[in-house]
Design a protein around this ligand. Structure first.
Ligand code: 6PG
Length: 478
């Protein structure tokens, strides 16, 4: 009997996804460019379910039930185009190709359009949760046609993570590249979360004088409250770990240069094009970038700055409580920015994104999974047209209560010379939203002065220009 679905590309993510499908009772055709991987998978895990190994693309496609459904799990970029070029000619109208890699959504839009013209459904699906998630239940963000989702949905729902209320962490997020767009924003938020946790760690270490082990304990406590999240848990695990070789805290033996494969950068690039201020994500990308510029940092190493003063135990404990407030408030801001970007993307690309449903499918399986996402889901359930998460009554009240400590932490960071760009940028965004008047008025006037770029007035409609070089009278420019 033919296989329910096929997976091609059996590196760790593809292999684990194939195993997840097989363990869920589906028969899975498996294929890899080099057949050794296919054989290894069947040898090692063949007992977990019904695998149909295929050595050639042709045999692989021939072993699939119609309409055929195949998932490619290869590297984003050229490898994905190569796989499509290899498989598309072997497929028929109505067949479905799912790209489960971290593709750029613009590539996914292009591929979807090209394949649609040939009658083939192309589904760009964001898959989050790393190796473990792929095996035990990821969060899956499929785009593509509704028709393709009708055929894939039940399978995806059965292999996806389940939220605390039992609902599967997948849904049809939108057409064409919507799935990969949503995954990209997920990763941007992931970067911001990681940066903010890093800043909290840095402040607790250098200002409060805590050891990595003590910070692990603080993080565990926070993880029992509103900051409960997978990334918080991971951070505590890492900080509590000791390097076996040296006996030093593990975090101290890791080189402090953060790398990136590119999805955070894509988020910021796209946000710039959409005109959405995602300053939290941008600061996170820049902070990784700064960390990696070794010679630049060496050149700056001797620059003067304040010495952190020691804190007594009571003060350190009070400060740690304030850092919790700052971290929570900053996190809230970066999620508000991320959701603004989702809304702007939906508008620009014509996707009907359900902003609450996206929060719902991130409650489990993905890297940013957190109790907090259920609150975002309910905020959008209460008001689907919510302009910003910060305007939700509960979130607004919380951030209002946090802002005193948040400011104190940001000020302390500045005074002690500990960089906290995420905390500061989030606070600046918050104050920017709150402001009655912004200096943008001056910016507009400057633009009009040196370039006749015109301005609007607060007291009446119309576009104006002032004759700055002449008698400074104002003329209509519309
Ligand atoms: C996920 C992760 C995953 C991955 C990123 C990390 O959702 O499962 O986001 O996609 O870990 O590739 O990205 P960087 O290498 O850019 O940090």
């Amino acid at each position: 009997t033919p296989a329910d679905i096929g997976v091609t590309g059996l590196a760790v993510m593809g292999r684990n996804l194939a195993r997840n499908l097989a363990r869920s009772g589906y028969s899975v055709a498996v294929h890899n460019r080099t057949p050794a991987r296919t054989r290894a998978l069947v040898e090692e895990f063949g007992g977990e379910g019904a695998f149909r190994p295929a050595e050639s693309a042709k045999d692989f496609v021939a072993s699939l039930k119609r309409p055929r459904r195949l998932i490619t799990m290869v590297k984003a970029g050229e490898a994905t185009d190569a796989v499509i070029a290899e498989f598309a000619p072997l497929l028929d109208e109505g067949d479905v190709i799912v790209d489960g890699g971290n593709a750029h959504f613009a590539d996914t839009r292009r591929r979807e359009r090209e394949l649609r013209e040939r009658g083939i459904h192309f589904v760009g699906a964001g898959i989050s949760g790393g190796e473990e998630g792929a095996l035990h239940g990821p969060s899956i963000m499929p785009g593509g046609s509704a028709e393709a989702y009708d055929s894939l949905g039940p399978m995806l729902e059965s292999i996806a993570a389940k939220a605390a209320d039992g609902s599967p962490c997948t849904t049809h997020v939108g057409t064409d590249g919507a799935g990969h767009f949503v995954k990209m924003v997920h990763n941007g938020i992931e970067y911001a979360d990681m940066q903010l946790i890093g800043e909290a760690y840095h402040l607790l270490r250098d200002v409060a004088g805590y050891s990595p082990g003590q910070i692990a304990e603080v993080f565990r406590t926070w993880n029992g409250g509103r900051l409960d999240s997978y990334l918080m848990e991971v951070s505590a695990e890492v900080l509590a770990h000791t390097d076996a070789e040296t006996g030093a805290p593990f975090v101290d033996v890791v080189a402090d240069r953060a790398e990136q494969k590119g999805t955070g950068r894509w988020t910021v690039q796209t946000a710039l094009e959409l005109g959405v201020p995602v300053s939290g994500i941008a600061e996170a990308v820049f902070a990784r970038s700064l960390s990696g510029h070794t010679s630049l940092r060496a050149a700056g190493a001797g620059l003067p700055g304040p010495r952190a003063e020691a804190m007594d135990t009571d003060a350190a404990g009070r400060f740690a409580d304030q850092v919790e407030q700052a971290l929570y408030a900053s996190k809230l801001v970066s999620y508000a920015q991320g959701w603004h970007m989702l809304r702007a993307g939906a508008e620009e690309y014509g996707w009907n994104l359900d902003l609450g449903a996206i929060a719902a499918i991130w409650r489990g399986g993905c890297i940013i999974r957190a109790a907090f996402l259920d609150r975002i889901r309910s905020a959008y359930a209460a008001d689907p047209g919510l302009e910003t998460l910060l305007a939700d009554a509960d979130f607004a009240a919380e951030i209002g209560r946090a802002q005193g400590d948040w400011r104190a932490v940001a000020a302390t960071a500045l005074r002690h010379g500990v960089p906290a760009p995420g905390f500061s940028a989030a606070l600046a965004y918050y104050d920017g939203l709150r402001a009655d008047r912004l200096p943008a008025a001056l910016t507009q006037a400057q633009r009009d002065f040196f370039g006749a770029h015109t301005y609007r007035r607060v007291d009446r409609d119309g576009v104006f220009h002032t004759l700055w070089g002449g008698d400074r009278t104002q003329e209509r420019a519309d």
